[in-house]
Design a protein around this ligand. Structure first.
Ligand code: CA
Ligand code: CA
Length: 304
């Protein structure tokens, strides 16, 4: 980190900045966000209906045979299972019409067989010349309504470029049956922003932009959201954070709910909270707090 000296502590805390430190911070800021631009936010939410996706972490799969576990912030939820042993497979049973499989590809990874409901397995290659976490390795066709079981099995086979046979398990994304729920996404860049922030372009951000919300007690982002008929919703907050962890104060309709924790994520990831909304219009605010530097917030997604 280029600016750990001169008043910024080892966590990159931005409190009590002197002029020299501000100079360092501002230069660092330009390096991190070269395409960044502060602009007047548009306080009009534009909710976008999308598929309702449930993410299932590898810790919830059912494992047979010998599997190892690994930790890395680049994995979904920071964890992964992998195997290089004959007879190893995982299964997961779900009630939906589509599943996407994610794992890590690498130069020493091999070919798995994936099947649905005991059907004919297909080969899925976990090889890539360099390590690539959270890769979409396989998508099912559209399945019939109802319960299905996916199985991913070690095969001991590989392509000719690979140096090994490892297969990995990081997460599944399960798509709900159409019409069972409604999801709305609200972009951070379209929220009402205060204090120190930068809206910048990022290719893999929802809507192509994300917001760096600097840790300054005046910094906040407020989303105006449609509560529908009211009641409890799931709220996914999509974010990036390069330090160990931080918190933001979370308010619904100006009432403090809790501090939400954000752990290190070098790729966009989500933290999920439950929110109780009134019918029709509500505000959801995330307020900066004491702690390390900027948290990038991309969007929030509400699910009925
Ligand atoms: Ca995982
Ligand atoms: Ca966004």
């Amino acid at each position: 980190m280029a600016w750990t000296s001169n008043g910024v502590d080892s966590n990159g805390d931005l409190d009590d900045l002197g002029p020299a430190t501000r100079y360092i911070r501002d230069n660092h800021y330009d390096l991190v966000y070269p395409s960044g631009s502060s602009s007047t936010p548009t306080p009009t939410p534009t909710p976008t209906p999308s598929d309702d996706v449930t993410v299932v972490n590898d810790t919830d799969f059912s494992y047979t045979g010998t599997w190892e576990t690994a930790s890395d912030p680049d994995f979904y939820n920071g964890d992964e299972h992998y195997t290089y042993t004959s007879g190893a497979y995982y299964e997961y049973t779900f009630n939906s019409t589509k599943v996407d499989v994610y794992g890590t590809n690498d130069a020493h990874h091999g070919i798995a067989e994936i099947s649905i409901d005991g059907g004919t397995p297909v080969d899925v290659d976990f090889y890539n010349s360099s390590r690539q976490e959270q890769t979409l390795v396989w998508s099912s066709d559209t399945l019939s309504e109802g319960t299905h079981t996916i199985r991913a099995s070690y095969t001991g086979r590989k392509n000719s470029s690979s140096t090994g046979y490892v297969i990995t398990a990081d997460k599944l994304e399960i798509y709900s049956s159409s019409g069972s729920s409604t999801t709305y996404t609200y972009e951070a860049e379209e929220g009402a922003l205060t204090g120190s922030y930068t809206i910048y372009d990022k290719a893999d951000a929802s809507g192509g932009k994300t917001v760096a919300l600097w840790d300054d007690s005046s910094s906040s982002i407020t989303f105006t959201v449609d509560g529908g008929t009211g009641g409890s919703k799931n709220m996914d907050i999509r974010y990036l954070y390069t330090y160990d962890s931080t918190v933001r104060k979370f308010y619904v309709n100006s009432n403090f709910v809790k501090e939400v924790s954000f752990t290190q994520a070098s790729d966009f990831t989500t933290v999920t909270e439950t929110v109780n909304l009134n019918s029709d219009s509500n505000t959801i605010k995330l307020q900066a707090n004491a702690g390390p530097a900027s948290l990038d917030i991309d969007c929030i997604t509400l699910t009925e």
